[in-house]
Each structure stands twice: as structure tokens, then as C-alpha cells.
Write a protein that binds this ligand. Structure first.
Ligand SMILES: *[C@@H]1O[C@H](CO)[C@@H](O)[C@H](O)[C@H]1NC(C)=O
Ligand SMILES: *[C@@H]1O[C@H](CO)[C@@H](O)[C@H](O)[C@H]1NC(C)=O
Ligand SMILES: *[C@@H]1O[C@H](CO)[C@@H](O)[C@H](O)[C@H]1NC(C)=O
Ligand SMILES: *[C@@H]1O[C@H](CO)[C@@H](O)[C@H](O)[C@H]1NC(C)=O
Ligand SMILES: *[C@@H]1O[C@H](CO)[C@@H](O)[C@H](O)[C@H]1NC(C)=O
Length: 396
């Protein structure tokens, strides 16, 4: 009797699980994390349930041995990263990123010499295994001349190592410029297609405040009606046209904005006269603090797919919930692999990460996720006008 009942229950359970749509998660939701002295954010605060992959940055490269190191307080946390973020989400996959902090000449010198490349590659795999990372990422967009051979040798070494490892094969990814051929840069799309699991496509830098001081602009915009070269959509389209498969592409979700000083505060749209960059807080958390503090009105421009607000003569273009959701829908429509967030510590109570994750699930029906929950302040973020070194943090 009892065993019959158990069998019946098992049978029901079997039917239940079989009838579930296969929860294959083809979507990749990547979050970058790196430490910044100006805004302390402990790794244990990361809500890893909102991501499929988390990337810790940034390992250094020794300029004589070309081996990786985690050498100071800014990146030592990476050694505990995997263990820490898996507490909230045991199935999150972690990657270690290399490059951003390293002098580009050291990276160029590593990539241009086969002995240096081998030291680099072997030590990267060793470090990944040592600290439980399941993948490696290169964040370096300044010199493409030897990337094709570097990616090939790196992937070959990873494949070889996997045969002899108890762990699964390491993932290999990289950040790339927003288009395959731009300015003096020229990527080997074939090598990327063949040797990398995916790429993180960055935004165009032409409309950064330092380069474009006289008019407000939106480097993060999905579309740019006033440019034929510079927008997220144009960049992604260029990569696909150059032969990169959509399933190798992650769209950029920037959790920061760019600011200008307006000539006339009354004239405050996109492309209006400005006088250089303004020093207002560039991280989403700080942006929201300013908006709340000054009761600034936020405008969503659906042609560009970007948000902006004015505060006196300061003007800021950034991605709020609407822009993030639209970019995720775009990624879905284009059949991309997913998105990546730069960086998780800039979010404000996970508002953006939740909006992105929900948009991805196609959760548009019953739940109203177009509205950002009332923003609570996270930590002490009082420097409303703190100077943000966008160049150092974002452009590299
Ligand atoms: C770099 O590597 C060399 C050779 O192994 C070593 O002597 C040196 O101490 C390393 N430098 C740093 C900063 O770790
Ligand atoms: C594979 O693993 C064995 C045992 O740990 C080791 O002796 C051997 O050197 C490894 N081979 C390679 C190619 O790493
Ligand atoms: C870019 O590189 C490819 C080969 O990697 C080459 O065929 C092509 O001519 C290059 N294009 C430019 C504009 O340099
Ligand atoms: C901005 O305006 C100044 C003054 O008219 C001019 O000298 C400069 O070249 C302009 N910059 C750009 C990037 O157009
Ligand atoms: C979603 O919520 C916002 C703010 O609470 C509200 O203004 C909007 O009308 C709601 N949208 C829908 C579709 O319910």
C-alpha cells in the first residue's frame, strides 16, 4: 500500500518534471566585478542569483615573466571570488579577467613573442584552476596585431589542459571594440569566431566627453540617428556582417553615464551645445542619488534608447531601467548570446540587474517590471559631485 503510494507519487513527479519546458538557459548574463577604492563594495554583497556568469577583474601581468599575479588590495579579492559568489548561487560560473589594469605595452610585448605568450597562457590556466575559476577573459582593446595567434594558442592550451583535468574545460572570452574595423584597429574575426566562446562588445568611444566636448552625446545609446558609425546597434551589426555569429556576442549594459556642461540649461536634449565634460557622478548608484537629491526629471529617449537628466548646467546621459530593458529585448531579437554588465557594483539595489534578468525571461505580462522600485540608498554615497575618472575606468 505504502510502496504503491510512493510509486504513484514518483510517477506524478516524473510526469511533472517531464512536462516542464526544458530549462535550457541559452542566455548568458554576465556581470563584471572589480574593486575601486572610491566606492568599497564587498564581493559578498553581489547578488549572484541575477547572473549566469561573474567575472572578477583584474589580474596583473608581470612585465618580465609574463605570468599573472594578484598582487594588491585591488585584486586580491579575486582569489576568494568564486567561493564567495557561489554561496548565493552555486551554479554561477566564474571567470578571471586580465588586462584592464596592465600597461598596454606589456600586453603587446607578451602577445608578440611566442615564449612570452606561453608563459602568459600557462600561468593563466594555472591561476584559474588554483582559485576555482571556470574561465578566462581578456579585457584589452588597444592592439590587435597578435590577437589571432594569442587566441589560437590560448584555446589550444585550454583544450589540451581539459583532457588532463578533473574540472570542465575553461571558457575563453574577450572584450572587443565596438566594430571589427575602426580607426586603426582591425580584428581577425575568424580567429575570434573559432577560438573564443564569446566576446564582450564595447561601446564606441568617439562620443566620449573628452573627444566630443561641444555637444551633448550618448556613447552608450543603442541607436544614434545622427551618426552612421557610432552606436551599439551599428557596432553589433558590423561584427555580424564581418562574419561573427550572433551567438558569440554579448550586448553591453553600462551601469554608468557620461556628463557634459551645458551652454544653456534650457536647451538640454541630445546634441545640444555644451562646454566640455562635467564632473558629475558617473555610476548608476550615484546618478540615482543625484536624481533623488535634486528631484531631477529623467527623460527616456526612445529613438536613441538612452536616458538623460539635467541638474543646473550639468547634463548626464545614462542607462536607466527602460534603456536596459530595450537593449535586452534587442539582444533577444537579434539572437545574441546575452548581455554583460559593467559593473555589478554600480547598480542601485540591483534595480538594473533585475530589470535585465526579467526582460530576458520574457517576463513582460503580469509583472510590471517597467517601473523601477523606489530607490533606497545603498551605503554612503554622499559625493554627489565626485569627480569620476571615466577615462581610467571606462575607456581602457
Ligand atoms: C616578476 O617576475 C620576476 C621573475 O620571475 C620576479 O623576479 C619579480 O619579482 C616579479 N615582479 C613582481 C612585481 O612580482
Ligand atoms: C597529465 O596528468 C598527469 C597526472 O597528473 C601528469 O603526470 C601529466 O604530466 C599531465 N600531462 C599534461 C600534458 O599535463
Ligand atoms: C584587416 O585584416 C584582414 C586580415 O586580418 C585583412 O584582410 C584586411 O585587409 C584588413 N583590413 C584593413 C582595413 O586593414
Ligand atoms: C570644440 O570647440 C572649440 C571652440 O570652438 C574648438 O576649438 C574645438 O575644435 C571643438 N572640438 C571639437 C572636438 O570639435
Ligand atoms: C507600471 O508601474 C508604473 C509605476 O508604478 C505605472 O506608472 C505604470 O502604469 C505601470 N504599467 C503597467 C503596464 O501596469
Amino acid at each position: 500500500m505504502i510502496s504503491k503510494r510512493i510509486i504513484f507519487i514518483l510517477y506524478i513527479l516524473l510526469i511533472f518534471f517531464k512536462s516542464q519546458p526544458s530549462k535550457a538557459q541559452p542566455w548568458v548574463r554576465v556581470g563584471y566585478f572589480f574593486y575601486e577604492s572610491e566606492s568599497y563594495f564587498p564581493i559578498s554583497n553581489i547578488d549572484s542569483s541575477l547572473f549566469t556568469h561573474l567575472i572578477c577583474g583584474f589580474a596583473d601581468l608581470n612585465s618580465t615573466s609574463y605570468e599573472l599575479s594578484l598582487s594588491d588590495s585591488a585584486n586580491l579579492g579575486c582569489s576568494m571570488f568564486t567561493k564567495t559568489v557561489k554561496k548565493k548561487n552555486p551554479s554561477v560560473t566564474t571567470l578571471l579577467s586580465i588586462g584592464e589594469r596592465t600597461d598596454t605595452s606589456v600586453l603587446s610585448s607578451m602577445a608578440s613573442d611566442s615564449v612570452h605568450r606561453k608563459s602568459f597562457i600557462d600561468s593563466s590556466i594555472k591561476m584559474a584552476r588554483l582559485f576555482g575559476f571556470e574561465g578566462l577573459d581578456l579585457w584589452w582593446v588597444d592592439d590587435m596585431s597578435n590577437l589571432d595567434i594569442l587566441f589560437k594558442e590560448w584555446q589550444d592550451a585550454i583544450t589540451l589542459e581539459a583532457r588532463n583535468s578533473t574540472g570542465s574545460k575553461l571558457i575563453l572570452t574577450a572584450a572587443v571594440n565596438y566594430a571589427p574595423i575602426i580607426h586603426s584597429y582591425n580584428y581577425s574575426v575568424e580567429s575570434i569566431q573559432q577560438h573564443l566562446d564569446w566576446v564582450h562588445i564595447r561601446h564606441c568611444v568617439d562620443f566620449f566627453p573628452q573627444r566630443w566636448p561641444n555637444f551633448t552625446a550618448v556613447p552608450n545609446a543603442l541607436y544614434n540617428p545622427s551618426s552612421t558609425v557610432c552606436s551599439t546597434d551599428l557596432g553589433i551589426t558590423a561584427w555580424i556582417n564581418a562574419g561573427l555569429s550572433a551567438k558569440k556576442i554579448l550586448i553591453f549594459l553600462p551601469y554608468f553615464g557620461f556628463s557634459w556642461t551645458l551652454v544653456n540649461p534650457k536647451e538640454n536634449g541630445i546634441g545640444v551645445p555644451a562646454r566640455g565634460g562635467a564632473n558629475i557622478q558617473g555610476r548608476y548608484m550615484g546618478i540615482k542619488n543625484n536624481i533623488n537629491l535634486y528631484r531631477a526629471k529623467v527623460t527616456f529617449d526612445k529613438n536613441y534608447v538612452v536616458n538623460y537628466f539635467t541638474m543646473g548646467t550639468s547634463w548626464m546621459g545614462f542607462d536607466d531601467v527602460e534603456s536596459i530593458q530595450k537593449k535586452v529585448s534587442y539582444a533577444k531579437e537579434k539572437g545574441l548570446l546575452g548581455y554583460f554588465v559593467w559593473q555589478v557594483a554600480y547598480d542601485d539595489n540591483w534595480v538594473l540587474s533585475q530589470a535585465a534578468a526579467h526582460e530576458l525571461e520574457g517576463n513582460k505580462g503580469g509583472q510590471n517590471n517597467s517601473a523601477a522600485p523606489e530607490v533606497k540608498k545603498v551605503g554612503q554615497n554622499k559625493q554627489s559631485y565626485s569627480l569620476v575618472d571615466e577615462k581610467a575606468q571606462i575607456e581602457r
